[in-house]
Design a protein. Structure first.
Lengths: 391, 391
């Protein structure tokens, strides 16, 4: 059985929807957030802890696993689930994004991409067929087509070229795909150009995939542009297939993504900022490294029922960060993933209750992104660089 | 109730003994190994995991906690047990050893030690009275006197001076000690000089402490010298009080220490070498970073029933180390502490069964310390530096 999807409920007055993604490793209630386990581990945590947090599906990266320990090693060990001791669902990224963001000295042709490893500089060649073959060997429940991911400030011509190549590669991935127990999702590209996004969504939808991802976003462009591109894309995707917004996962983005009809998200942000001491709260992020926390006897986030906040004081977590103790990164990761997991459960429940609209308003009124200033300056810089083309 | 000790069984033909250390935080069966949690955390692990491994007592360092987060912070948080979320027993070192090994620019007088923080260079002053006061504020079940710890290659005169100062300080600590729920242990010094060890053991025993530690060993001197000094010391300590060998904790040293009448051990080695990939087995250490493990589908240590070996393949743990994933350090720590915990339980059980002698022989025959070569060259270097004084 490959990953099968049903929409259970759609909101009135919004595109938000609740669904069920049935996979060989359990039913995943959607909307869902996938913690990132690029190297077959969600950093600092065991599979048991992920289960305890309520995680049902994780993401792993073909690029990373191809380089280390190698796809064949994992295949010989019985596949990725067994290798990492995780019996929940897994989605693997094809490696396209990593090849275009991490690997130096890449050369793209229609045939595929030559790239060098960011670890040891060794040269490798990947094609759409190989990307599928690698992912079939890894054995995830959902696998992704190989795509070419342009930079957020590439020219229209450059993005058009990459988008059309992505389409040809998607066809080849579909042709190469053999395992009936794995679902293959396409990736919509098109950069920040509505016309290309539309072309991409229409074309890929016409090929018929088990699911559709929106790729190439949240790469430094302003938040409003990201959301506008999501809207352009989702409008042209089939209603009955899952929609996956790649690389997006701050609390406010999850709420806004769901409001635009997204079912699946993945992002390294919640776990990455945790290791910097940033903890999510319903009012925004706080940083537990702040000296004021060294005197706080209560939990880091009052009212939070995660293991970290139930068990330790803010002062203790602050002390661990202050001493760069490894337990610090773990406790903060547990908090942030528990927060996001709780947020997604809450979102699904208010969708089912028909109360998503008011939840979204309340959430967005209370939630203050702490990096507003950073974003504002990013946006200004970006608009300058584009000559104000996209608003 | 302060920590109270009973010898339950003593071996015939060896000094090994099984006991019970009763503390306000539970009964600790001895012989016992204390994992090191210098900064109020056994690196990478939660208190729940320590419990799961079978740990009953941990060590924390007054020196580290005095500098960060500060003794008063922990006192205001209700003491060390509550601060670190650990309801088992705790022993705090006085900070003497750390002042003499970590802190630069120290000045020792009879009054106390002026030292600089190894973190920020700030200047501090500690006296025997303050060491007790700090430890009473931290609230461990067992606390230690402030001692002066000479280097392993100091001259007789220098070691004699430090040893006698340690005696005067021990008396002052005893005078200053107020909390009846905490046991205060003395520390025998005397360097590598049997005469001074004997003098120190006799003098401190005459003062009457709740327990006696053997300090100033395992600082680079050859293993045979360490064990000879333990023998000299233990022979003169009261039978009915616990004996604690500080800073010693490799598997072979634990067996040999127990054979010489030691009840309590602490050491950073099992957790520190774990973070370097060295895993204990009944045959010696193996290093999981070794490339050969990348192809091993079975557990890192066959037959081991720890969480790591039960749950993951050697190939997976090897992969995590290879990628420097934080989970690697945690899984290896769990394995080594589980091994040591199992070893101590086994030792206690064979003592109670009257089978320690044959267990020791079998263990030492099978166990091959992997750093034999390193030790041999250390010993030769050391003997040269001492002109062969101690054999």
């Amino acid at each position: 059985m490959s990953a099968d999807f049903q929409v259970v409920h759609t909101c009135r007055g919004s595109k938000a929807r609740a669904g069920e993604l049935h996979t060989p490793h359990g039913m995943v209630p959607t909307p869902v957030f996938l913690p990132v386990g690029s190297q077959a581990t969600v950093k600092t945590l065991t599979p048991d802890e992920l289960k305890g947090i309520g995680v049902t599906m994780v993401l792993a990266n073909t690029y990373h696993l191809y380089l280390r320990p190698g796809v064949q090693v994992i295949e010989r060990m019985g596949g990725l689930h067994r290798f990492m001791g995780w019996d929940g669902a897994i989605l693997t990224d094809s490696g396209g994004y990593q090849v275009f963001s991490l690997a130096p000295l890449r050369q793209v042709t229609d045939e595929g991409v030559v790239f060098r490893s960011h670890i040891d500089g060794s040269q490798h060649f990947i094609t759409p067929e190989l990307a599928v073959q690698f992912q079939e060997a890894l054995g995830a429940d959902v696998i992704m087509v190989l795509d070419e991911c342009p930079a957020h400030d590439d020219s229209f011509d450059r993005v058009q070229e990459a988008t059309r190549r992505t389409h040809r590669w998607a066809e080849r991935c579909k042709q190469a795909h053999r395992r009936p127990d794995q679902a293959l999702y396409a990736i919509v590209q098109g950069g920040m150009f509505p016309r290309l996004r539309q072309e991409s969504a229409r074309y890929l939808a016409s090929l018929g995939f088990s699911g559709y991802a929106v790729g190439g976003l949240s790469l430094g462009e302003p938040k409003q542009v990201t959301l506008a591109m999501v809207e352009e894309t989702v409008a042209l995707l089939p209603e009955d297939k899952p929609r996956y917004l790649m690389g997006v996962g701050s609390p406010e983005d999850l709420v806004e993504g769901v409001a635009r009809g997204i079912d699946i998200f993945d992002c390294a942000l919640p776990t990455r900022v945790a290791r910097n001491g940033a903890l999510f709260t319903w009012q925004g992020r706080v940083n537990i490294r702040n000296a004021a926390y060294s005197q706080v006897d209560g939990p880091a986030v009052p009212g939070c029922d995660c293991y970290t906040c139930r068990t330790f004081s803010a002062a203790y977590v602050n002390h661990l960060f202050n001493c760069q103790e490894l337990l610090a990164y773990r406790l903060a990761t547990i908090h942030n993933l528990s927060f996001i997991s709780g947020l997604m459960r809450k979102i699904r429940s208010v969708i089912l209750d028909g109360a998503f609209k008011s939840f979204r308003e309340d959430f967005m009124a209370a939630y203050r992104p702490t990096d507003e200033q950073v974003r504002l300056s990013q946006k200004q810089k970006w608009l300058r660089s584009r000559g104000g083309i996209v608003q």
